[in-house]
Ligand binder design. Structure first.
Ligand SMILES: Cc1ncc(C[n+]2csc(CCOP(=O)(O)OP(=O)(O)O)c2C)c(N)n1
Length: 368
């Protein structure tokens, strides 16, 4: 195990002072330490991993220093374009240190959405001609090597992080500004949609909670598409689904997910019909992976969504307000509900016991 604070201090000693990325449960302790010790401009929780590569690029050009970009390996997809067409040595040749959490490492039990990504992680970097090192306790030597590499080769290099490598680093959790938990909000949402309606819910604990609420209620799961991976694409999956059917599709999104591919919201209102309903659960955090803050509490969702074309945007902070807003949805186009919740979740929360593919097959039967 690596002492997280020592690791961070060593990076700083080597003159790494700019951090950016998207948090990950496997990098939770490192993310906590970085956010504790860096100021706002030197630890940017980016909208997505591609943005983080771009931020590190800009910083390198103006300061000459090497940025550190942290991400879960599922973020490699988002990062690939700027890694290959911006930072690559055949384009702008930008040195930066990537720290990548290895979910789905072969031989280590993980969820279905991480299996393929885990299997191909090293191969992806090989294909991109990006050198990687699997981080271990001898991190000082590895960081020294990386620093020299960045200086001489002027291109990205990667540190791969296995599960459980960093020691616990505790920071006080974000303040709970709202009464409602996400699970309570989801329970109320499910009570207020018809059994014929469909759900597309976002990556992380929201979908896990929906699965458990259904179990508790003795209901089947075949109306729920739990977007287990592909963070940020929930709204576009729901939009596509709503085009292929007249049935109601409720998109249940998270603020981190919304921000990750916010561009989708320029398109959605130009296409969505009455059967597309959008609900955002805003807890101002990436709660599922450790509660790191997002900027969502600073966003005026009502004006934002109306400016792109939503007709009605309701705000709810308790169960009655959720119920009231949802009662106004039916038969109307471009309806959205923003629910403010706290960042509490159950420590005994389970995971879906039905495979994604079986879930999809059962769902497709229901669309017939
Ligand atoms: C591309 C990608 N980057 C990072 C992750 C790791 N991840 C899973 S859930 C999550 C947080 C989602 O935050 P939000 O949408 O606000 O939902 P919350 O967890 O707060 O309910 C993150 C960062 C991921 N699955 N995919």
């Amino acid at each position: 195990m690596i002492n997280t604070e020592d690791f961070y201090n060593y990076l700083v000693k080597k003159n790494f002072d700019f951090f950016t990325g998207v948090p990950d449960s496997l990098l939770k302790n490192l993310c906590a330490c970085i956010s504790d010790k860096s100021d706002k401009k030197h630890n940017i929780i980016a909208a997505n991993e591609g943005n983080a590569i771009a931020l590190a690029t800009g910083y390198n050009i103006s300061s000459g220093k090497y940025g550190v970009v942290y991400m879960q390996n599922s973020g490699i997809g988002n990062a690939t374009n700027p890694l290959l067409s911006l930072a690559d040595e055949e384009v702008y040749s930008i040195p930066m240190l990537l720290i990548v959490g290895w979910r789905g490492e072969p031989g280590v039990h993980d969820e279905p959405q991480h299996i393929k990504q885990g299997k191909v992680t090293l191969k992806l970097f090989e294909t991109m001609d990006i050198e990687y090192h699997i981080l271990d306790e001898n991190y000082e030597k590895t960081i020294d090597y990386c620093y020299d590499y960045l200086q001489t080769r002027q291109k990205p290099i990667v540190l791969i992080v296995k599960k459980g490598l960093f020691s616990e680093y505790k920071v006080p959790p974000l303040e709970n500004l709202y009464q409602l938990t996400r699970e309570e909000a989801l329970t109320t949402i499910l009570e207020n949609i018809s059994k014929k309606d469909f759900i597309v819910s976002t990556t992380g604990k929201a979908s896990r909670e929906i699965f458990e609420i259904r179990e508790r209620n003795g209901e089947e799961h075949s109306h729920d598409f739990l977007t287990v991976g592909s963070m940020g694409h929930t709204s576009s999956i729901a939009l596509g689904m709503s085009i292929g059917t007249d049935k109601n599709i409720y998109c249940i999104d998270g603020d981190g997910s919304f921000i990750m591919h916010m561009g989708a919201f320029a398109i959605i209102p130009t296409i969505a019909d009455k059967n597309f309903k959008y609900i955002l659960i805003n807890n101002g955090a990436h709660e599922s992976v450790g509660g790191q803050p997002t900027v969502a509490f600073n966003i005026d969702f009502e004006n934002l969504l109306k400016s792109v074309g939503f007709n009605d945007v309701y705000i709810a902070k308790n169960n009655d307000e959720i119920k009231n807003a949802m009662s106004k949805f039916e038969g109307k186009k471009l309806q959205a509900l923003i629910i403010y919740t706290n960042i509490k979740s159950r420590s005994d929360l389970g995971r879906p016991t039905i495979s994604p593919i079986d879930n999809k097959i059962a769902m497709m039967e229901n669309f017939k």
